[in-house]
Design a protein around this ligand. Sequence first.
Ligand code: C2O
Ligand code: CU
Ligand code: CU
Length: 486
Amino acid sequence: LGLAAFGSTALPLAGCQVRSAAMLDGSDERNPLAVPPLNRGLIEQGVRTFRLSVTAGEKEFVPGTASQTIGIEAPYLGPTLDMRRGERVRFHIDNQLSEDVTVHWHGFELPAAADGGPHQVIRPGKRWSPSYEVRQRASLYWCHSHLHGRSGPQVYAGLAAPIYVRDDEEERLGLPSEYGVDDIPLIVQDRVIDGSGRIIYPLNMRTRMMGVKGDALYVNGTRNALFEARTGQVRLRILNGSNARFYTFSLEGNRSMQLVASDGGLLASAHSVRSVILAPGERAQVVIDLSDGRPLRLLAHRPGNTMGMMGGRGRGMMGSRETRGGDVVPILDIRPTGSFAAAQLPADLVSLPPPDPSLAALTRRFVLAMGMMGRGMSINGATMDMNVVNTRVPVGQWEIWEIVNASMMAHPFHIHNVQFRVLDRDGKAPPPMETGFKDTVIVHSREQVRLLLRFEEHTDPDLPYMYHCHILEHEDAGMMGQFVVI
Ligand code: C2O
Ligand code: CU
Ligand code: CU
């Protein structure tokens, strides 16, 4: 793999090698992909109601050795929560752990009291019952721990689950949508495995700065996963559920995929792409074609572990789109059980007028910075303080949020309670992947990204929402701020 076309720009992947599963594990064995069970809740008095317990569990990341984990209705991770746009949902979440947790609905517009951020702590043995109306477009969302200072270790231990929102607009298109058959969620995570085969969460001066990154890659908790496809088209809903690692996903042999959706829903049309880059918190949906009966292999390119910041050649390795080094790891084999009739995606998906910056009443600037040794993680010079509201935003006002990365590594910037549009990156139009609705956006080192957004919820003027870096070790170290919608 000397030169591969990655995304819209052809990037040389110097020093990149495709490592085989055999080289990683000493075996060629593939394991059936775990697909989280679908949980539709129950309709109670017209409200879709989910009863979920957060529990301690055990999982073998390496066969024969159990690790201590956290899960939602499962030993590790949780079910896919299935809901529809326009309906009201309610959750009864029981914390059966001996530590505090929170459960945040990533990507949702909702009342602050239901957000599940650092202010909605569920104490051990207690129940939390938030309720909200699903306003989101059909897409893949997710929920995860957002406990102040402890999101990193809790998500790492498994406190996260995928959410499907469906709507009429999407269903009319006839995209692959039979759950577990031709529509599968892929939660991609990396884990550090110690000598005994257990996962460990190594928090130290270096990982506080770089984030915790492991060498072992899992999809829905499965290593070297295999999926047997019974259809000619399969929709993969990919979530980067890792704490800190960015990935470039591609298909072996440089085969193309049809990119149909980003974080907050479908794009205006499908884009044929050879790769998709996702930072922690980001999602993408691709439709792959298996009609010729050939097996496919999904690869994850992991950037190298060393940062370019010491070299000082402009943008560092982590901060650059020209990611060099690292390696390419097969994470999922897709084996068709036969050959199938070729199918065509509709030419147009949804109507998505380009964002209009002239709507904005004002521009707010957010400067991301980090000091040495993982200290001094800040936004606009302030480190997260639960008692300080950093920003007050009038409800319903269009605004431009200009995110400036003054640090030497890239940060995925995430905003609660909104789906925004990306206006530009350093003045240049965003790539296809960023032309739809998003809630998390990569901001490279020394880059400036402009977002157009508007908050529509106005229910708890005193309760803050968060904006933060979605590298969980950075979030935990305080690269987070609070805003209220007034
Ligand atoms: Cu996915 Cu504030 O988080
Ligand atoms: Cu969120
Ligand atoms: Cu960060």
